[in-house]
Design a protein around this ligand. Structure first.
Ligand SMILES: Cc1ncc(COP(=O)(O)O)c(C=O)c1O
Length: 503
């Protein structure tokens, strides 16, 4: 096919290729379980992509589909596989995949106007407000992920403190007239995105006050209260606490209600990072620990984590919707909303930083409606149970030790061979080597993190099709690889794969 048409494609060709693509996708999804979790791209393919030139001539759409099938599809990140236990990345729900294609066909910018994309976004945000116990005056926005949701929530917090203390952050920047330092309280287990947000908002990472955690890796509320009181006495301006509902390292849930009480008592903004765990509020088993989410001033939720909505899909909710609008709203003349399709339509561009915005709501709307609340509760309940099952398998294995309590669906543990020395670095090296070898092996996939400075393996159960036998395989592979590496001396300082690490 020549390139004379620009990007256009004759209808019959589009239809044929769309059907073919649908078959490729269906075959891919049906075959995932039989494939290795990840497959490293061979050098030949890598070179081919790197050296490929963008020539003058058109490449046919049919050839492109074949090239994608051959050079892209076989080398995924692995999170579509039921034995992928890395980080906090889920598989895409099939109805989400369908929605992505339909969204691309319509291709709206979900910023302003009386258009379907914005009405669907309004609808899903209402559901989230309801599920999280937020009032009707709250406002929200769908955004790329948890990091951006936290940036949005903390931007609202900064707007709030400026308005409360009588200065104008949008006009003057971060310059409290009384010169007091604005402080943000986090725990040792807070996600790195909070630091990035605080830096980007001009507060500076030295504004962060890190509060100790208890044995369950939850923020210690007494220590938090003490630090706030001391800083206030020193003439600083404590203004925001970031609590976590499901930490990335171990799935711990901070004592949200007690932290909310402290924020009320001291007049502080409470942001809850529920990127991973907030959605578990729908399950009765963990709902009591997550009830305090309803007291947050702002909340991050990440539907591209536990909800299996295809990446990217995050969500920020702010209790005071008008405040969120004042944080971001700016309507230039070319975006006036007084007439035409702008009339009465939602204007999400005024509630966040982006102007042109993807129609993220459709995949979220489709996934939520397809599961329904019963399906959602069932999936979360299954993951909670599988995580406990994995912990039991670990407890039964003499060379595996649990490293943190299981609260949600993250299981943190270590491989400790019989007769291991008590040199902590030796065990760190061995567990790091296990991570790398397990990932290369391809039967299962897991990652590592640090808890109190110790390197631990961590497995997060998040795939809708992970089964008990996958957990048995995970434990089997880790023990097999661990034993082989321990025998080869992977805990030795000269072991090659150990890089210098921070914590
Ligand atoms: C607790 C927590 N907060 C924030 C994030 C960041 O979310 P995202 O990667 O969607 O930006 C993550 C990611 O894993 C997380 O686990």
């Amino acid at each position: 096919m020549s390139g004379d048409l620009g990007p256009a494609l004759p209808e019959d060709q589009f239809r044929r290729l769309a059907h073919e693509t649908a078959d490729i996708v269906a075959d891919y999804l049906a075959g995932i379980r039989q494939d290795p979790v990840v497959r490293v791209m061979p050098d030949t393919v890598r070179r081919r992509l790197k050296e490929q030139e963008l020539g003058d001539d058109s490449v046919s759409a049919a050839q492109l589909v074949q090239e994608i099938r051959e050079f892209v599809l076989p080398y995924p990140m692995g999170n579509g596989h039921p034995r992928f236990f890395g980080w906090i990345n889920s598989a895409p729900a099939p109805v989400g995949i369908l929605a992505e294609m339909l969204v691309a066909a319509q291709n709206p910018s979900a910023d302003v106007g009386d258009i379907a994309a914005l009405h669907v976004e309004t609808a899903v945000l209402e559901w989230f407000k309801d599920l999280m116990g937020f009032p009707s005056a709250a406002a929200g926005i769908l955004i790329s992920g948890g990091t951006m949701a936290t940036l949005t929530g903390l931007a609202a917090a900064r707007q709030w403190v400026a308005e409360s203390d009588g200065w104008d952050v949008r006009r003057d920047g971060v310059r409290p007239p009384d010169g007091r330092r604005l402080l943000v309280y986090v725990s040792e287990e807070t996600h790195s995105s909070v630091r990035k947000a605080v830096e980007l908002l001009g507060l500076g990472s030295s504004a962060l006050r890190t509060v100790e955690v208890d044995d369950g890796y939850r923020m210690d509320p007494d220590a938090l209260a003490r630090r706030i009181e001391r800083d206030a006495e020193l003439g600083e301006r404590p203004f925001c606490v970031v609590a976590t509902a499901g930490t990335v390292n171990s799935g711990a849930i901070d004592p949200l209600a007690r932290i909310a009480d402290i924020c009320d008592r001291h007049g502080l903004w409470l942001h809850i990072d529920g990127a991973y765990g907030a959605i578990a509020r729908t399950h009765p088993r963990v709902a009591p620990e997550l009830r305090g989410i309803a007291r947050a001033d702002s909340l991050s939720i990440d539907p591209h984590k536990w909800l299996s909505v295809p990446v990217e899909c995050g969500c920020a909710l702010v209790r005071d919707g008008e405040l969120l609008r004042r944080t971001f709203a700016y309507v230039p003349p070319y975006l006036h909303t007084e007439e035409g399709v702008g009339i009465g339509g939602p204007d999400f561009a005024q509630y966040g930083f982006q102007q042109t915005r993807g129609f993220r709501a459709l995949k979220l709307w489709a996934v939520l409606r397809h599961m329904g609340l019963r399906g959602l509760r069932e999936m979360i309940g299954r993951h909670l149970a599988l995580a406990r099952e994995l912990a039991a398998l670990i407890d039964d294995a003499p060379d595996l030790h649990m490293a943190a309590p299981v609260t949600l669906s993250v299981v943190a543990f270590r491989y400790v061979p019989a007769g291991a020395t008590d040199d902590p670095e030796a065990l760190n090296r061995l567990n790091r080597a296990i991570e790398a070898e397990v990932q290369n092996d391809g039967r299962v996939f897991l990652t590592t993190t640090r808890l109190r400075g110790r390197l631990v393996l961590r497995a997060c159960v998040l795939h809708y099709d992970t089964r008990s036998e996958d957990l048995v395989e995970l434990v089997h592979v880790v023990r097999e690889v661990g034993a082989a590496l321990a025998a080869k001396g992977a805990s030795d300082p000269s072991w090659p794969s150990m890089e210098a690490e921070g914590t």
